[in-house]
Design a protein around this ligand. Structure first.
Ligand code: SAM
Length: 383
């Protein structure tokens, strides 16, 4: 069993991933008392500490199986979509790197972090990263995504590898691969990575990776796993010196078709229903663009008639226009953050501990977990 190390009530509470009101619910003490523990004005009884400690252990046992069959590191971890997929395939995460404080709040609330967490990858020293079997990196896609590129172009900014702060992050991954030489890796990005800069970006990436690894790539549409059209490119690499005859195959598409109706909640707060003003605006905007012959406008889904949604993006928090759920007799509504979690394939117990805005950004940036899980199961056949 792993150790849970903590010095203060707050540290233990954070390890357990509990918010103050959840501690109050778990222990039966009033929120005011819990607040006093948090402030260090009062000290909780041993029975309270024991309860929280048990909660931590349960969580650690659940999320980091001690009987793991391989280890991995989670770079650009976001909220742990990649991690979840690889844990489901029997792996143990031994290092995390993520710089966004809100993503880290979600990450810590959902995963045991008995290992170091790096912040800005540009400053992470490879000597501080433990040896591992598989390196995971869903590196930022804005420098390569169609929307990101056109926005940067219109602002006269550099994109792709020329985007000095974000475009070069691939080379940080390469630096870590060179230093740590894991047996395998999984990189994930937007489909447009392949076409960015007329294919040159992809060429540079492949040339760098193929020096020491056999690389297999595939664009996978998550709609075969979750009710969402979401195409992403996956690059899987195996060390040439260890796997000279590797013949890796990406998973076969599952037969069943997931349905959006199956993940929608029955009771949804009315704040998710679009106001008349926003709904009018979206309809007028779409009509204007249709006349000009461009753009799709909003993406209205009737769960009685359609099975899948468009791609959930990190900008969903703005107006929700890419995925609107039809409601009979009233304006359409957005998905709730909980529904976004399901749409990305996180399970029901996944905790959302941040504002709606942050949650939408985090789920829009995440990977579809069951896709990663399926790829992980294929990779681990060889590890
Ligand atoms: C596309 S998201 C990855 C999401 C993740 N795969 C998941 O399923 O949640 C990219 C992540 O990289 C993080 N990131 C961007 N630049 C970074 C940097 N320089 N150092 C560390 N993390 C960074 C972002 O905050 C974001 O969470």
């Amino acid at each position: 069993m792993q150790q849970v190390e903590y010095k203060t009530f707050t540290q233990l509470r954070k390890l357990a991933g509990l918010k103050l009101h959840e501690v109050s619910e778990l222990t039966g003490y009033s929120p005011r008392t819990v607040y006093r523990w948090e402030e260090g004005v009062a000290v909780p009884k041993k029975i309270v500490i024991d309860k929280m400690f048990d909660f931590c252990i349960e969580k650690i046992d659940k999320f980091s199986p001690e009987n793991h069959t391989f280890t991995f590191i989670d770079l650009f971890a976001g909220i742990g979509g990649m991690r979840t997929g690889f844990e489901r395939a029997g792996g143990k995460c031994i290092y995390t790197c993520e710089w966004n404080k809100y993503s880290l709040e979600t990450y810590r609330a959902n995963f045991s972090c008995d290992h170091p967490i790096g912040n800005d990858i540009n400053y992470v020293l490879s000597k501080d990263i433990p040896n591992h079997d598989i390196l995971l990196a869903g590196f930022p896609c804005q420098p390569f995504s169609i929307a990101g590129v056109s926005k940067k172009k219109s602002l006269g900014k550099k994109h792709g590898f020329e985007d000095e702060s974000q475009g070069n992050l691939f080379f940080e991954i390469k630096r870590i691969l060179d230093a740590k030489k894991p047996n395998a890796f999984l990189l994930e990005n937007v489909k447009n990575l392949k076409n960015h800069d007329k294919g040159n970006t992809y060429k540079v990436i492949m040339k760098n990776l193929e020096k020491d690894y056999y690389v297999f790539s595939e664009i996978i549409d998550a709609q075969h796993y979750v009710p969402q059209h979401r195409e992403r490119i996956f690059l899987v690499g195996f060390r040439k010196d260890r796997y000279p005859n590797i013949d890796f195959k990406f998973p076969k598409k599952p037969d069943h078709q997931p349905k959006i109706a199956n993940i929608l909640l029955n009771q949804v707060d009315k704040k998710y229903t679009l106001s008349d003003k926003l709904w009018d605006y979206l309809q007028n905007y779409a009509a204007k663009h249709k006349k000009k012959g461009n753009g799709f406008g909003f993406g209205l889904v009737d769960p009685k008639k359609q099975n899948i949604t468009r791609t959930l993006s990190a900008r969903y928090y703005k107006d929700g226009s890419e995925i609107l759920i039809k409601q009979y007799g009233k304006n359409p509504r957005r998905l709730t953050p909980k529904e976004c979690a399901s749409l990305m394939g996180f399970d029901d117990k996944f905790k959302i501990v941040v504002s709606d805005t942050q949650a939408y950004k985090q789920f829009g940036n995440a990977v579809a977990v069951p896709v990663v899980e399926a790829v992980a199961r294929e990779i681990t056949k060889y590890i």
